[in-house]
Ligand binder design. Structure first.
Ligand code: THU
Length: 164
């Protein structure tokens, strides 16, 4: 009975294509976004985790806005770098679509070897910016040894709740 049911079921297989490269292979435009994210790590307020994250949002008009994680002694009151940067961009440039978000992390005196990937709450917020501006948001996740290139945020959050 169970195996018959299984055979009749349809399946949805979700795959995400993530390109892996290194910093040297990035376009000059993407290097600028990564550089801004790396620089932003240096002014993060992360006294509790000591994990400094920087994010740079590049708008379609070429403007780059950077932000970083801002922690708080009452833990949930802090905010990740991605949302700090994105909310600033949306507050100041509400009519400019977001094209790319670069992320870098700095811990124990150096940038991380591997890229870090945004938390679920940040993914949800970035998905909404993508649907709001009807423009795919690319992610560039920086690591010293490898960089992940994500063509659109929905690749990192399949089946997100969004009108698109
Ligand atoms: N953090 C970010 O800012 N972005 C991420 O993508 C992952 C985590 C922050 C939250 C917290 O301040 C610290 O990194 C440790 O989790």
């Amino acid at each position: 009975m169970h195996s018959l049911l299984f055979q009749m079921m349809k399946h949805i297989n979700i795959t995400a294509k993530i390109d892996v490269c290194d910093y040297a292979e990035l376009s000059p435009q993407d290097k600028s976004a990564v550089d801004a994210a790396k620089e932003a790590t240096q002014t993060a307020y992360a006294p509790y985790s000591r994990f400094q994250v920087g994010a740079a949002v590049r708008l379609v008009n070429g403007t780059i806005v950077a932000g970083n994680n801002q922690e708080n002694v009452a833990c949930p009151s802090g905010l990740c770098a991605e949302r700090t940067a994105l909310f600033y961009a949306n507050a100041h440039y509400p009519h400019a679509a977001v094209d790319t978000i670069a992320v870098a992390a700095y811990a124990n005196g150096d940038y991380t070897d591997k890229p870090i990937t945004p938390c679920g709450a940040c993914r949800q917020v970035i998905v909404e910016a993508q649907s709001r501006y009807k423009h795919p948001i690319r992610m560039i996740l920086y690591g010293k040894k490898e960089v992940y290139l994500v063509a659109q945020i929905t690749d990192l959050m399949p089946l997100a709740f969004a009108e698109f």
